[in-house]
Design a protein around this ligand. Structure first.
Ligand code: ADP
Ligand code: GN1
Ligand code: MG
Length: 356
């Protein structure tokens, strides 16, 4: 670790460097220096991100673009390395980066109130608006086919066929749940390829803990975790946020009876998202927002399931069966959305009003 810490131009000598946050993909540390300067240091996950240089080019360009706008969201800022770059490589060939620590802030694992979730929606909606003129063609695809749900189903089938650890027998109901919905889960891919939905520059990983709230005002202050900023659909950002933040239980809850979609949270996010970016969304984009919630939830469910079958290669796990527990909560949420589908549509019509 010392070897990595020495490679960044931190203000002062490093006094403390400790694991930080609840991300599933990168390895994150909080660094405190003499004099009080604080940083986030991250080891980039090479299973997820095969082209770290391109990944960093994306984030660097996006954060600079946002900083130049002086908008309400604070832009992340990379710390330079001693040789003037933004990436450091350790003795094992792992890639590291550092950011200014955004202070006086808090990341939430679940909204404390509908007000929190409304604020998160404002942040992701504003984030999308801030990037509406960003040159999308200059962005690298950091994870090819990231939200291509049809391809995710194909990948699940490949893992099921390979069954490297003999885990498939134990997850037949979960596999059947996904495959029996294949047609509907492919709906956003189909509408995108048919040109019925516009590609925008989206965040693509809109978990609540990727927003930092100002501790004092309770307003969203900064959007974090820009690894997957790429051309995408508004329904991806809306849907992924709802699947995480509008669940009544944690993403890895073992007791599935506790897992439901909270319609008050869904409504709060819908209001915030439309307040922030509703004026630019097409009618069709607004119509498919509930479908986005269902498809993104099923998609993450099948990704957790695939990773469980593969032997827990992609997502960090903290206990045996962790990815299976996560997969099950997501599929339970999908089932609950199906039960509440008419209400979800009704809330959409109420909130969107004349926009539909
Ligand atoms: P992962 O891709 O693994 O989810 P993130 O970039 O989301 O990694 O970082 C993990 C956590 O670290 C975030 O949820 C947040 O709590 C914290 N974090 C990340 N960047 C910053 C930052 N610049 N300032 C303050 N906290 C941060
Ligand atoms: C990962 O990196 P993190 O923890 O914010 C994943 C998302 C999943 C999420 C599930 C790059 O998000 O796609 O929805 O876990 N990020 C990547 O919790 O794969
Ligand atoms: Mg994250």
């Amino acid at each position: 670790m010392q070897q990595i810490l020495r490679q960044f131009r931190f203000a002062g000598s490093v006094e403390c460097c400790e694991p930080y946050g609840n991300g599933h993909v990168n390895r994150t540390y909080h660094v405190v220096c003499s004099g009080g300067a604080e940083y986030i240091l991250q080891r980039i996950n090479r299973v997820a991100f095969q082209e770290p240089v391109e990944l960093m080019e994306n984030i660097d360009a996006v954060t600079r673009f946002m900083a130049a706008q002086h908008g309400p969201l604070q832009a992340l800022r990379f710390i330079e390395t001693v040789d003037g770059g933004i990436l450091a490589v350790d003795g094992e060939g792992e890639y590291w980066r550092a950011y200014d620590f955004v202070g006086s802030g808090v990341c939430l694992e679940s909204p404390r109130s509908t007000g929190d979730f409304y604020e998160a929606a404002i942040a992701f909606g504003r984030f999308q608006m801030a990037l509406s003129d960003f040159p999308a063609a200059s962005l690298h695809e950091t994870i090819p086919h990231f939200h291509d749900t049809c391809d995710r189903i194909r990948q699940l089938r490949v893992s099921v066929a390979a069954d490297p650890l003999g885990r498939v027998d134990g997850v037949q109901p979960e596999i059947a749940f996904v495959l029996s919905r294949e047609q509907e889960l492919g709906e956003l891919c189909r509408q995108l390829s048919a040109g019925e939905l516009p590609l925008r520059v989206t965040h693509n990983d809109t978990k609540l803990n990727n927003v930092l709230f100002d501790e004092r005002t309770g307003k969203a202050k900064c959007v974090l975790d820009l690894d997957t900023v790429m051309p995408g659909l508004s329904a991806y950002d809306f849907g992924d946020a709802v699947r995480f933040g509008a669940s009544t239980a944690a993403e890895d809850e073992k007791d599935l009876s506790k897992v439901e979609i909270d319609l008050a949270m869904y409504e709060a996010f819908l209001r915030g998202y439309l307040d922030a970016c509703g004026d630019v969304l097409t009618r069709r984009e607004i119509e498919v927002l509930p479908l986005g919630a269902k498809i993104m939830t099923a998609e993450v469910g099948m990704r957790f399931l695939k990773d469980y079958i593969d032997g827990d290669i992609y997502f960090s796990i903290h206990r045996p069966g962790h990815n299976l527990d996560r997969a099950r909560t997501q599929l339970k949420l999908v089932a609950d959305m199906e039960r509440k589908w008419d209400e979800m549509q009704h809330i959409l019509r109420e909130v969107a009003g004349a926009r539909l």
